[in-house]
Design a binder for this molecule. Sequence first.
Ligand SMILES: Cc1ncc(COP(=O)(O)O)c(C=O)c1O
Length: 371
Amino acid sequence: MPGSLNCPAVPTAISFARGAPCPEALSGDLIATCTAAALAADATRVLSYGTGQGYPPLREVLAHEHGVSSDQVFVTNGSLQGYVFLLETLLSPGDLIAVEAPTYDRALLQLRLHGMQVLPVGVQTDGLDIDALAAACAAGRVPKLLYTIPNFQNPSGATLSAEKRTALLELVDRYGFWVLEDDPYGKLRFEGDAITGLFAAHQGDKVMFTSSFSKTVAPGLRVGYIVAPKDVAATLAAAASRTYISPSLLAEAAIAHLVTGGYLPGNIAHVTDLMRERRDAMVDGLVHMPAGTVCAPPQGGFFMWLELPEGLSADGLFDQAAAAGIAYVKGSDCVLDGGERTLRLAYSGVSPAEIAEGMLRLGAVFRAAAV
Ligand SMILES: Cc1ncc(COP(=O)(O)O)c(C=O)c1O
């Protein structure tokens, strides 16, 4: 008889850990149409080795979007790969790199693996603490590069205000550091008006831009890109060429067709609707969290950031949450030091029903520890 062995029921796993789109966001039919169109139009080039820069028609499309020439566009196998090439070519071990604290855990890990010195700069509800960065610069700690995620930041969900963007670009003009603006989530806005990006607003060549089709189309395609000054883009392409010869051209050609065929806005609207519904379900689930939990729900993107009340440790409760079937990212993985009371919850990959159930279970674990 089922249950007669008295085994404890294993709760179904619900992962709030992965910053990936939910299955409903992955439009297989659309990708099939675009892949078929890519092959019908350009099979020989798509199925041959290309160059390290990426598929030329996609570079043209992206150059047009960003108002640059195509030799400034470097398309790579996911944007994380482009970021790693940038660390390996533009920067040297020991360079001082400013990052938001907290920041994207893999970006931080790569800085550590490449022997960079990290300058952590706090994040407020309106994004990076510009005054703290200005103070560091004034004290002689001028970074070589600032890595920043201005829209619906991973992991905090915060968006850099228009005023702070202006102030940041003034600091760039004054101190001459590079900026890498990483913006994979900006087009997934649930409410409010879009704010002009740093690259778009900057008058000069110090700001580089990177983004990805992983969040707006499909991470499995592995298509990301960097827009940089020509010499930097050429250096990055050389690094790609000696590493993997050329990126996956079929995936890039499918994306090029998706954009030129006019399908991208509809796909983004579809993904945005799915994500808004999930964000709302997670906001509803906050009622289960212990009193004193702090959270500023995001206006877009994939993530919510929680700070637990004094006395509770998200690090310490990680295994208990896992035993209840819930996974999250520890905030401490997203900072150099500390962060034990914080955690990142991704609502992106699960259904609203799973979010409701997951928040109930997670809240029960945290509340039980709070008494
Ligand atoms: C801020 C940020 N940048 C880059 C990436 C990596 O994206 P890709 O799949 O293009 O490598 C992610 C993925 O989570 C991310 O959150």
